[in-house]
Design a binder for this molecule. Structure first.
Ligand SMILES: CC(C)(COP(=O)(O)OP(=O)(O)OC[C@H]1O[C@@H](n2cnc3c(N)ncnc32)[C@H](O)[C@@H]1OP(=O)(O)O)[C@@H](O)C(=O)NCCC(=O)NCCS
Length: 304
């Protein structure tokens, strides 16, 4: 078997997307989505992209990214698969070792698997990919946390929030869709506690009209909700945030439902609410339920 591993952006993006789609049992990807995952990553780096090819056919792929987050130099495996007919032949090991070396050369001191802030595919290893979990363990990773995705049926409820918005207007609260002119005020709000979400807000602001809803109190932008800011085209909700000055008024409910209404209007049947912390909030307001669990894995790199 003569396998060649090349470094750099895929030569054939469509074939790479088809390869990944075929070799993941619980996820789908198409060319547009793969392009988003690769090129629209804010730290997109072709040196962290590896493709294994045998006799002209792709048999393995790994994409990594490097980020500094809150003072830690992280390196991530962001996407990976080996052809189902070619597993347990160390193709994954070779791809991983090349990526790990590059990530360490680029300064990473802590490695993680899939749970990449700013732009990610899934927030960890879905343990049904048992081979991936065993593989990550073999490469020296340990589970340190879990993350959850929720889902809601967009046909199951009425998402109209006009009544609630009228009530809030009496208290000086205005809710509407964001326009490009709101970008500066949004940035200022994100800087207060949500810097890691700025990229998803930017991605959603690129849509026409923007997939971002905002709320003002006393003409100050104090809350936002976003969809289509990551995994574009898949019915992906989030992030959302309400500044302490506007909490306790039901703002989250309104902003969440405005996004769900958009997604329904775009023809999505379900909304995915990813990497969730406040499970009870989504369960209560929009009848969302947990539908996927991910294991977060980490490997510390010893520095001398
Ligand atoms: C995870 C994956 C990339 C591993 O690729 P691979 O080329 O088969 O991996 P390797 O042959 O280099 O395996 C190295 C080691 O990982 C472990 N491992 C890999 N597959 C395993 C399995 N099915 N069960 C148990 N251990 C496994 C073993 O320790 C193995 O060494 P060994 O064969 O000497 O025992 C591959 O199984 C795959 O593509 N799975 C589906 C896609 C996927 O899960 N992607 C990641 C989503 S988070």
């Amino acid at each position: 078997m003569q396998i060649k591993i090349s470094q750099g952006w895929p030569e054939d993006m469509e074939a790479t997307a088809r390869f990944l789609d075929r070799n993941w049992d619980y996820d789908s990807i198409n060319t547009d989505l793969l392009q988003e995952k690769l090129y629209e990553d804010p730290y997109a780096d072709p040196q962290l992209c590896f493709t294994a090819v045998e006799k002209g056919d792709i048999c393995g792929f790994l994409y990594g990214v490097r980020r500094d987050i809150r003072g830690v130099a992280y390196g991530y495996v962001k996407l990976m698969a080996v052809d189902a007919s070619k597993r347990r032949q160390k193709i994954g090991t070779q791809l991983y070792q090349k990526a790990e070396k590059q990530l360490i050369d680029k300064g990473a001191t802590c490695l993680r698997w899939y749970d990449v802030p700013l732009n990610y595919f899934m927030p960890g290893i879905d343990p049904r990919y048992t081979a991936a979990y065993c593989f990550a363990q073999k490469m020296g990773f340990k589970k340190f946390d879990e993350s959850l995705n929720m889902i809601t049926d967009l046909g199951a409820m009425d998402w109209n929030t006009q009544k609630e918005e009228k009530e809030l207007a009496k208290k000086g609260v205005k809710v509407r869709r964001a326009t490009p002119e709101n970008r500066k005020a949004l940035s200022e709000l994100l800087e207060t506690e949500w810097e890691l979400w700025a990229n998803e807000v930017d991605m959603a602001m690129k849509d026409t009209p923007p997939s971002v809803h905002i709320a003002f109190i006393d003409n100050k932008l104090r809350a936002f909700s976003v969809h289509n800011g990551n995994n574009k085209g898949t019915g992906w909700f989030g992030p959302m945030g309400t500044h302490p000055e506007l909490r306790g008024l039901g703002m989250g409910n309104i902003l969440l439902k405005r996004c769900l209404q958009d997604m329904k209007n775009q023809g999505h049947t379900h909304a995915i609410i990813p990497w969730v912390a406040p499970v009870s909030f989504y369960s209560h307001y929009v009848k969302a339920h947990i539908n996927r669990v991910f294991w977060r894995m980490e490997k510390q790199i010893k520095t001398s």
